[in-house]
Write a protein of this length. Structure first.
Length: 130
């Protein structure tokens, strides 16, 4: 079994690592945390521009169509930087539910905007009666 990253995966990991290193100092994280949104919309925009928000979204919905490996590479670097952005909740949990359980119309109307980073989703799994 080969555990080496292919060239595309290595570029993805290096890109996210560099972005986090250059943008997300611990002091800057505190500023983001204290902001009204609790994260950095600017950093989210940068993730979107680099295509990082599209990694777990299927290609048919204008996503990258990444596998668990690509998602793990992104999550590892975001975790290393203690990033506050809602990547896990929006791009993986909520978008994954829309992709698996949504109607064709819902998938077509929601997922491209999520992949582009223009729309954030959340799962209301702790609501009363959920």
């Amino acid at each position: 079994m080969n555990f080496e990253l292919n060239e595309e995966q290595q570029i993805l990991a290096d890109t996210v690592e560099r972005l986090v290193r250059n943008t997300y100092s611990f002091e800057q994280r505190e500023v983001f945390y204290q902001s009204p949104r609790g994260y950095s919309p600017e950093f989210w925009r940068q993730l979107s521009e680099l295509g990082i928000t599209s990694v777990p979204i299927a290609a048919e919905y204008e996503g990258f169509g990444g596998t668990g490996v690509e998602t793990m590479l992104v999550m590892k670097e975001l975790g290393r930087g203690l990033c506050l952005e809602p990547y896990l909740h929006s791009q993986i949990y909520a978008a994954g539910l829309v992709e698996q359980l949504g109607s064709a119309e819902q998938r077509q109307s929601i997922l491209p905007a999520v992949a582009a980073g223009e729309r954030l989703l959340t799962v209301a799994d702790e609501e009363a009666g959920s």
